[in-house]
Design a protein around this ligand. Structure first.
Ligand code: SAM
Length: 247
């Protein structure tokens, strides 16, 4: 008879997958934090909609391991400034903060209550290198403290690619990168976003295909280099990138 997941077996699985798939050694302290993160996610998810995934083993793969695949395209996070646009419950940004205590992570979302969850996780687990930013990406991208300052800008499941480029590229510094974590539509959407990418100062560098254990469909990391300043007229006002994407 199948046994229900216990926290211990789930975390052992995460440790094994992180090592075999990504070459990452998770310490006991990091595993403890991922365990605490799982508990808090499930607890808060009863009160607010943070995730549709409620099996701990699935959380380990679809949230933690998926977030950690960023290490396949960013070899060192230590010392980097990363902003995670539309972080929701903290994916991928908070996972990166837990894994790399010397990364400087900003978790941006327009929904304050999701950020309150992320703040609670940081407080409860002692994660000191992540801060939250309650704003729309279109607003943050216009403001001096955030515009063109980040080494890495990440986003998972936030918007379609052309609009997403207008949310993310203004935040990346020249020489930095945007990494869009996409599903099956990655190639088609990247083609559709070609004009937005070049207009906003980016250049498509690579699309990395990833097969996660237990999932049937591959995941894709679309990596865009920031090669030139974003013209001052971008990002346009909140809502415009979605309604009138640069095509
Ligand atoms: N990245 C998380 C993940 O993969 O689990 C959350 C994905 S959730 C589907 C999308 C999130 O993006 C929501 O929390 C939403 O509030 C946020 N979002 C959407 N558009 C945004 C914008 N223009 N500026 C800031 N946040 C935005």
């Amino acid at each position: 008879m199948p046994q229900p997941d216990t926290g211990k077996t789930v975390l052992t699985g995460l440790r094994v997958y992180a090592k075999s798939l990504l070459g990452l050694e998770l310490t006991d302290k990091q595993l403890g934090r991922f365990s605490g993160f799982t508990d808090l996610l499930l607890e808060w998810n009863q009160r607010m909609n943070l995730t549709g995934i409620t099996e701990p083993a699935e959380i380990a793969v679809r949230h933690f391991l998926d977030s950690l695949t960023l290490t396949l395209v960013v070899p060192r996070f230590d010392g980097l400034r990363l902003i995670d646009v539309g972080t929701g419950a903290g994916f991928p940004g908070l996972v990166i903060a837990i894994m790399f205590p010397d990364a400087h992570v900003t978790l941006l979302d327009s929904t304050g209550k999701k950020l309150r969850f992320a703040e609670h996780v940081c407080d409860a687990l002692g994660v000191g290198n992540a801060r939250t930013l309650h704003a729309r990406a279109e607003e943050a991208g216009k403001q001096k403290p955030y515009r063109e300052v980040y080494d890495v800008v990440t986003a998972r499941a936030v918007a379609r690619m052309p609009a997403l480029m207008e949310y993310t590229l203004p935040l990346a510094k020249i020489g930095g990168q945007v990494i869009a974590m996409r599903g099956t539509e990655a190639y088609e959407e990247s083609n559709r976003a070609a004009r937005a990418i070049s207009e906003l100062g980016g250049e498509l560098f690579a699309i990395e295909d990833i097969q996660l254990p237990t999932l049937s469909n591959p995941r894709h990391l679309v990596v865009i280099d920031k090669i030139a300043a974003t013209p001052r007229r971008y990002p346009r006002n909140a809502g415009t990138p979605e309604r009138q994407p640069i095509l």
